[in-house]
Design a protein around this ligand. Structure first.
Ligand code: GAL
Length: 721
């Protein structure tokens, strides 16, 4: 399809952005060349080299930019950087200058590295990234720099980023060299060799197979604001429903309907909070590939879902997007799927409207209409090393995408298909996805995978925030009671607090050993461990108002709720490589501990900080080694914060979940801002401000909305000095 026609077919702002010749700069195609800047939106510029491909993250997107959010950022008139472009036989090369002391972050979920300067990355979707090559569940061709801007290369190709790693060979010159030129060689046949001293000070992006590319520049002026601008351009961050921020438990993959009831009863009877139950592959008549049809083990799913609803449980379904021959949608999807099978099923072409719609319609009528609240899309992340079960890069799809492009877009456009179901019903969802990519901030889906150790899980929370992604360090396997406790402590400080017990018939605290657990042999004194785990899960329930408030900032201002310290403190060299601790919102610093550690180093940036458990005060800009008792994950609250903690409840429908204890950390506090959210689609969020009067030593609320709509109340104020 011709590019312009394709874009017009998409309609809306995105096509406007992409096609107006006034907005794009054509770079010359021989050698690297410069272009004059022109603005796409306030603080965002686009540069075009040659003729870009029809299928890119930007051209296939369906969410509009958040114009209101973008307006809240400073209006920057001058483009902070000039990318240069070159068309060559391989494709396109983009060159971006690097300053001294400039550091680079992002490129999607990168588990083995944090700061990217000095590294080479080929961004390729892969479900099992073992070494630091750029392979990732969610590669994103976007990075930010400490110079306060971001660059997005709009491609679904496996682009390679050489981030200050390349050196040009010396050039021949007639000018005599001096020592200062850094050149010891020459003269050579009457000419001199001159080293290009700057060649390491650039980022080269190599995008093969293309005849053109669009490059977007997002200005800050700070690094955090550049990330905000990128997220808002994508549409603003996702706002999960409150139930999505509660506790999730995924049951054993073979549990039948009555056994799922028993598990639900166990949670309620034992007073362990749970908002969402996840069903794993066994709910379907066929799951590898998927039929999307309820299996024999679930004779009355509508009744089950309605009973669970009465008991305040939401239900999330596991699936992958590969369609089994017995699926009722198989025949309809045949013309809208790729030419290779995965797990014996069709690979839906979610880039086509029909592919999305056939898939979405069935999900609506068979699941969502009877009460399913969301999905976990497994194995959409390509595979080369875990058994090559995915489709090859040479695949062809009806949309015109090949397998390489489809890998980059598969998770993204799947999310569009599922979102169309919930948007159509005017409902909110929150789910899980194993692959995502560029411009993903607005999707209420959280990335997961179980292939990593606990330390890598923690790194993922800090690192994902640079690229508009959310990551859960799901709890699954634990080696010991200590390991289970430490993992659970981490996951409650993450975008999605979940135990994924897909291979355990009983809760992991009853028995850590897999075999014994499934045979029903419980550990001696398991109740003690259960009680410790309950307390940790209750902590999650207490944190929901604060986490929800941070997500509202993500939604409206593009500020990642979970982020690395360097985003807020870019000038502090001590946080440049810090990924084993992170910020939750602006005022909470979390430094998880892994099993085996009895102490850990923490770094507190500028300001004063209070340790959450002991209220002990610490000076900022200092590194400490602190003891880490098993019951306490290290959490620090910035002085001047009012931290609202909810009364723990078994689920978020409980009115108790709106009752707050306000912890006032230090003098001169800023108001805490929360939002009343009635759970509706596109909710009208009512702002509630918790204010502490330091002279009178009393707190009060300022709020929007009619008294009859009020939800939050403060039942106690605690001043901590
Ligand atoms: C894996 C997935 C697990 C679980 C399992 C079920 O691919 O990572 O979370 O869903 O499949 O078979």
């Amino acid at each position: 399809m011709e590019r312009r026609k394709f874009l017009n077919a998409l309609g809306g702002v995105s096509s406007l952005l992409m096609t107006s010749p006034l907005l794009a700069n054509q770079l010359k195609t021989t050698g690297f060349s410069r272009a004059e800047q022109s603005s796409v939106m306030s603080g965002i510029w686009k540069f075009t080299v040659g003729t870009p491909e029809e299928i890119t993250p930007q051209s296939t997107r369906s969410v509009e930019p958040s114009l209101s959010g973008l307006k809240s950022l400073p209006d920057i008139k001058v483009c902070p950087v000039e990318p240069l472009g070159e068309l060559n036989k391989r494709g396109v090369v983009i060159k971006i200058p690097l300053k001294k002391e400039e550091y680079i972050y992002g490129l999607g979920l990168q588990f083995q590295s944090f700061q990217q300067r000095g590294l080479k990355k080929m961004l390729r979707v892969n479900s099992d990234p073992k070494i630091d090559t750029g392979d990732s569940h969610a590669p994103v061709t976007f990075f930010v720099t400490t110079s306060g801007y971001g660059i997005f290369i709009d491609t679904a190709r496996y682009a390679s980023f050489y981030i200050g790693t390349t050196k040009h060979k010396p050039k021949l010159t007639s000018k005599k060299n001096t020592k200062e030129d850094g050149n010891e060689v020459g003269p050579l046949n009457g000419a001199y060799l001159r080293k290009d001293v700057d060649s390491e000070n650039e980022i080269l992006v190599d995008i093969p197979h293309v005849e053109g590319i669009d490059v977007y520049v997002f200005s800050g002026p700070t690094m955090l604001q550049a990330v905000q601008r990128y997220n808002l351009f994508a549409g603003g961050g996702a706002l999960p429903p409150r139930w999505g921020l509660g506790f999730w438990y995924r049951v054993h993959k073979n549990l039948k309907q009555d056994e799922v009831y028993s598990m639900a009863k166990y949670f309620r009877d034992s007073k362990i909070p749970c908002d969402v139950l996840g069903l794993e592959p066994g709910w379907q008549s066929k799951s590898y590939s998927c039929s999307y049809v309820w299996g024999k083990g679930f004779p009355d799913p509508a009744k089950m879902l309605s009973d669970f609803k009465k008991d305040h449980f939401k239900v999330n379904l596991w699936e992958h997007a590969f369609v089994h021959p017995t699926s009722p949608i198989y025949k309809d999807l045949l013309p809208y799927s790729g030419d290779y099978e995965v797990w014996g099923g069709l690979v839906s072409d979610f880039i086509t409207k029909e592919g999305r719609q056939i898939y979405a319609d069935f999900h609506r009528t068979e699941h969502v209409d009877i009460g399913v609240s969301g999905y976990k899309c497994d194995e959409c992340d390509n595979s080369d090393f875990t058994g090559p079960w995915s489709f090859p890069e040479l695949s062809q799809f009806p949309s015109g995408a090949d397998g390489e492009q489809m890998h980059s877009l598969f998770g993204l456009r799947y999310q569009d298909a599922i979102m169309s179901v919930f948007n159509g019903k005017k409902e909110r969802t929150y789910g899980l996805i194993r692959s995502s990519g560029a411009l993903a901030a607005p999707y209420p889906f959280v990335l997961y995978s179980d292939l990593y150790d606990h330390k890598t899980f923690i790194h993922g929370i800090a690192q994902s925030g640079f690229s508009g992604l959310l990551w859960t360090p799901e709890v699954r396997h634990a080696e010991s009671n200590e390991d289970l406790i430490r993992r659970l402590q981490t996951v409650v400080f993450s975008p999605l607090a979940m135990i994924n017990a897909w291979y355990l018939k009983n809760a992991p605290w009853k028995q850590i050993g897999k075999k014994a657990n499934n045979e029903g042999h419980f550990a001696a004194n398991w109740e003690e461990l259960e009680s410790k785990c309950r307390e940790i899960i209750e902590l999650r329930m207490k944190l929901i108002p604060y986490i929800h408030g941070s997500f509202v900032q993500y939604n409206q201002l593009g500020i990642p709720p979970f982020r690395a310290l360097v985003m807020d403190y870019p000038d502090d060299p001590a946080v440049r490589n810090l990924s084993n601790q992170f910020l939750l919102g602006e005022n909470m610093l979390v430094a998880p501990v892994v099993a085996g550690e009895s102490s850990r180093k923490i770094y507190l940036p500028e300001g004063e900080w209070y340790e959450f458990w002991t209220s002990k005060k610490y000076a900022g800009k200092t590194e400490y080694t602190i003891d880490v008792p098993l019951e306490q994950i290290p959490v620090f609250i910035k002085a001047g914060t009012i931290l609202p903690l909810a009364k723990p409840s078994l689920h978020t429908d409980d009115p108790k979940s709106w009752q707050l204890t306000a912890l006032v950390f230090g003098e001169n506090t800023k108001p805490a801002i929360l939002f009343e959210d009635n759970g509706n689609y596109a909710p009208e969020l009512k702002e509630v401000r918790l204010i502490w009067d330091n002279k009178k030593h009393e707190g009060h609320l300022e709020r929007e909305g009619k008294p009859s709509d009020h939800q939050y109340s403060v039942i106690a104020w605690k001043f901590i000095i």
